[in-house]
Design a protein around this ligand. Structure first.
Ligand SMILES: [Zn+2]
Length: 116
């Protein structure tokens, strides 16, 4: 787990500072194309913020630097392809929960910790 996280950080840093490139990559894409491209890049370990929709990757890793595991990314992408909205919503809740893991914020649909 620790190694996985370190590797992910490295991947994110190596793709940093390329905002202009990212914006020109997205320019001319339709809304749908931009989402597909963003998901593909994210699954491949290259989280990019979607400038067409001004939207983060499912796990917000383009902006907070904490990328989900490859298993989670692949599972989410599969749910998108299969239009499995239930799995997508569950995972988005989980990603949101872990993005705010240090805060006392609870996401509707997630289990409330027993100490509350
Ligand atoms: Zn973002």
């Amino acid at each position: 787990m620790v190694n996985d996280k370190e590797q992910s950080q490295e991947e994110i840093e190596s793709s940093g500072g390329q905002v202009d490139t990212i914006v020109s990559t997205f320019s001319g894409m339709t809304d749908r194309e931009s989402v597909n491209y963003q998901i593909k890049q994210w699954v491949a370990g290259n989280p990019v913020h979607n400038p067409i929709r001004d939207e983060c990757c499912p796990d917000f890793s383009c902006c907070n630097g904490k990328i989900a595991s490859v298993e989670q990314r692949e599972r989410f992408a599969k749910a998108v392809v299969e239009k499995d909205e239930r799995t997508q919503m569950e995972m988005l809740g989980m990603f949101l929960g872990s993005a705010f893991s240090d805060e006392k914020i609870y996401v509707a649909g997630l289990e409330i910790p027993s100490e509350c």
